[in-house]
Design a protein around this ligand. Structure first.
Ligand code: DOR
Length: 445
């Protein structure tokens, strides 16, 4: 089921002279793309287009399939002060993200058909990009009883997850992995032993002791990664492990893949770039779950991504209001926003220093996440949706304000390479840099 786009572009549009990168087609060359009625019609140097075809000049820019972010909190219903489907998808468009998989830890949690239908219809009315909802694994996210999994799948839910917390009941998790096989649904898991986590608020270690804060041991994550992989092996179910943060998890996933299990994983830009040092001075915008870890973990996560042990990058865009984040560190909620910074962060911190090529970046931020979640996205092959990001990988920008309704980012004030110039969904421009910079504080929708 493809989310409805309000105004798919009618007629033709030519995107001319950009560096077109599409890993699925093994394409990286300066060329032209012709769009017709919201789909890619053809790619090539000499396209047969009438002289009056509307044209976008993409000289010196990269033209790629729009990013696909499989971990986004849109907060509607119940958290509209933090974000809505309208504001969150505007932030996505500004970040070059054209498909988002939305998390179900809303208030109330999304555990039934009506909830999934609500997201789909609200996104069709107000969304700027395509929204693919997930439902919870357990009713009410309480970890006791399975949600209406089959019914939710039948109306467009693409995965189930109790994200924000772990399903500690192993028998329930096993049943979820078994049951979802019938519907070809993914079980996406937040790996964290809630008892080991206790009241921890940052990485466990010397820094936590020095700051007088309770720590979350690395074992809280990787013991659950190990359990979940064991249950995926037992059931043959389809498991996706989200926001991996420690080196041991990478090794466990490497072994699971070597055995041929249906296990995939994602990692966030913040876990690939920041360490626990970012919470020094009690900076609550760097308070996130799982917590930022150590340089050894950052190195292992980068290597895991490069080698494909970690399949893709996902933002875990988790908006919270300023007043919530201004509370004392221990009481502030976990989470940071990431839709608008994911592309420039990966360009600046991983592409520029040579960890990834631009093509590998598009593979891990568009092509693969689309394939893992069976979404019609991630490529510019003729006939595919004209969901496109046009960006300048060299240009610099300093983030002083975000389109998102929330501003809780540890990257505020960072100067980064990589500027999204235009985002198209179904051939329709949903974000344009020049228009945005003329209005730095867009009015709420
Ligand atoms: O930091 C986080 N924030 N981690 C999660 O798993 C949930 C998220 C949220 O919903 O705020």
């Amino acid at each position: 089921m493809i989310p409805v786009i309000k105004n798919p572009h009618r007629g033709r549009l030519l995107i001319k002279g950009g560096r077109v990168i599409d890993p699925r087609q093994n394409l990286d060359q300066v060329t032209n793309i012709l769009i017709e009625n919201g789909k890619v019609l053809s790619i090539g140097h000499h396209l047969d287009t009438p002289a009056n075809t509307p044209t976008l000049d993409a000289t010196n820019s990269v033209v790629a399939p729009g990013l696909v972010d499989v971990h986004v909190h849109l907060r509607e219903p119940g958290g509209e002060a933090k974000e809505t489907i309208a504001t969150g998808t505007r932030a996505a468009a500004a970040g070059g993200v054209t498909s988002v998989v939305s998390m179900p830890n809303t208030n109330p949690p999304m555990d039934n058909v009506a909830d999934i239908q609500f997201v789909i219809s609200r996104a069709a009315q107000e969304g700027m990009v395509r929204v693919y909802p997930t439902g919870t694994i357990s009713k009410g996210r309480l970890g006791q009883e399975l949600s209406e999994i089959g019914a939710m799948a039948s109306v467009g839910c693409v995965a189930i997850t109790d994200d924000g917390s772990e399903v500690m009941n192993s028998q329930l998790f096993r049943r979820a992995l078994e049951y979802t096989k019938t519907f070809n649904l993914i079980v996406m898991d937040h790996c964290e032993d809630v008892n080991l986590m206790g009241d921890g608020v940052m990485n466990d270690g010397a820094l936590a002791t020095r700051l007088g804060l309770a720590g979350i041991p690395r074992q809280a994550e990787y013991t659950m990664v190990a359990r979940n992989i064991a249950l995926a092996e037992l059931t043959g179910g389809r498991l996706h492990l989200t926001h991996m943060s420690v080196k041991e998890s990478v090794e466990l996933i490497r072994q699971a893949k070597a055995k041929g299990l249906h296990v995939t994983a994602d990692v966030t830009p913040h876990h690939l770039i920041l360490t626990e040092e970012a919470v020094q001075e009690y900076k609550s915008n760097a308070k996130v779950n799982p917590p930022l870890r150590t340089m050894e973990d950052v190195t292992a996560l980068r290597k895991g991504l490069k080698e494909g042990v970690l399949d893709c990058v996902a933002s875990d865009h988790a908006p919270h209001t300023q007043s919530e984040k201004l509370q004392e560190f221990s009481n502030a909620p976990f989470g940071l926003i990431g839709l608008e910074t994911m592309l420039p962060l990966i360009i600046t911190e991983l592409v520029k220093p040579g960890y990834l090529t631009l093509s590998e970046m598009i593979l891990r931020m568009s092509d693969l996440p689309a394939r893992l979640f069976n979404l019609p996205a991630g490529t510019l092959e003729p006939g595919s949706n004209a969901d496109i990001v046009i960006f300048d990988p060299e240009a610099k920008q300093t983030f002083t304000h975000f389109v998102s309704r929330s501003q809780n980012s540890p990257f505020l004030g960072w100067q980064l390479n990589g500027v999204v110039e235009r985002t198209l969904v179904g051939g329709q421009t949903v974000y344009e840099r020049s228009a945005a910079s003329a209005k730095p504080h867009p009015s709420p929708l």
